[in-house]
Design a protein around this ligand. Sequence first.
Ligand code: AMP
Length: 582
Amino acid sequence: MVTGYDEIGKNIADLKASPNINDYKSEVASWSWENIWNELDTPNGLINQAHECIDRHADGDRAQKLAMIWNSSNGIVEEYTFADLKKETNIVANAFRKAGINKGDRVFFLSDRIPELYFGVFGTLKLGAIAAPLFSAFGPEPIKERVQRADGKVIVTTPKLLAKVNEIRSELPSLESVIVIDTRDDEPIADEDLAWSELCEGMSENFTIESTGAEDWSIMHFTSGTTGLPKGAAHVHNTVVSHYATGKYVLDFQEDDIYWCTADPGWVTGTSYGMFAPWSNGVTQVIDEGGFGANRWYEIIQKFNVTVWYTAPTAIRLLMKAGAERARRYDLSTLRYVMSVGEPLNPEGVVWGLEAFDLPIHDNWWQTETGAIMIANYPILPIRPGSMGKPFPGVYPAIIDDEGTEIEEPMVEGQLAVRPGWPSMFRTYWNDQERYDSRFKNGWYLTGDKAKKDADGYFWFVGRDDDVINTAGHLVSPFEVESALIEHQAVAEAGVIGKPDDLAMEVVKAFITLNENFDESPELLRDINNHCRTRLGPAVAPRDIEVIEILPKTRSGKIMRRLLKARELGLPEGDTSTLEDD
Ligand code: AMP
């Protein structure tokens, strides 16, 4: 075995539920996206993510089934059936229409994981407008860049987060209004803002969903590139076809499941698998407002009888640190299936699942642009610890060389590419078609990742093919961090890299040169650090800042991050022929 870990074999009789895929090979051979489409409710060829996830269940046998169990950060629990969700999202859709939101408008969300965030996103989709959720821990700068990029018309936020919006409001010419969710917090809001409670008051519980077709815009998530500002990967309503299919066959949803996805909707996993996949399958899900804590998390699984759990490698590494015996103190016997995504899952992590939960952890791979899972470990296939698994049926990933030709030979490293055409493929980078087009070559979508494929068709992640940093599963653009750094009066130039880290996989490390008249001191570094945390938010700001004399640059003036990284890690510097002479 490549990783030194034995394959974890599977036997149907050992699984706690009969899996939705019994025979992977025949599922792949007979796959038809049209059949999946026909399992959804698409009257006259129209499709709307809110209808698939909420209304069709509320209008059918699942009306009184629990859709959302919300666990607040201080332990308050609220429960909503599919009928409740239909009512709440209809009220919001009517309220948003009154606020002037129309089909195609970009509506940004900056909110913690509270029920209103979920009502708001689906209310937006019912209107045919585009929902763009942001990570609530972002500082004003990343918020500004994203709203500017997509000419956002409205920001929906909470009283607690409003200050960040106020800081950048004057730089957002497209912004027409800010809606403040005032239902859980009685802080006063400014007159110019729209109060959620007032907007919703007296609104009808009935709403006719705007006619949307498969290619109408639905949701936008921002992702980081090596250069330039964040890119708004825009998706269409057809995406839900992939959400539904991967929910059924990768997450293996069964009617009685209680599902928990730990991702925040500010990132794509938190919408694709924290909203659309479970609800399009009519599954009950737990939504937890709070943050990570080993005890808290085990308590949630125990308290709500979670059966299917989707989390991330950084969280698993933190749980490993707390020890398997910690997990054993809780009754986690309802768990039947555990998955992870966002970064490479160490083989140790896969196997640790057996120790802690009697269940291996199933890794899977996808990204913002793919909209849904592309490569996965399935309940019925043997797991090769360290591998991302095999392609989802109807999806054709491959390893290609620099010319865009498929590499057939096993275990040869190349670029991971996917044959375009799966339903949830992003349709553009908003206002940047050129960059979108640059992601396709020779009939392949280029993922920006490097990988290998073994002789049996399992894919193995190698690394990113660019400088984008993956810290705790969140992609960070070095450019965005460098831009914030050089805003500080002491900083002349900055180069930012991902530094390997045992827990978060990578942490953001910055190298800076100082302007004349500034000398390095702990106070200065602290000040620069504070500046970054305020501008960017703690999830993006550098963990480590080092002052150096000269930043290595190419002759054309581009910072050579690759070289900074090699020097940091004590690795060979590789080809330095383009390095600027000192
Ligand atoms: P995002 O677009 O923010 O969801 O990030 C997607 C990127 O995260 C991928 O292109 C990979 O670089 C990384 N990633 C996601 N899942 C995995 C995985 N299972 N193994 C390794 N890297 C992953």
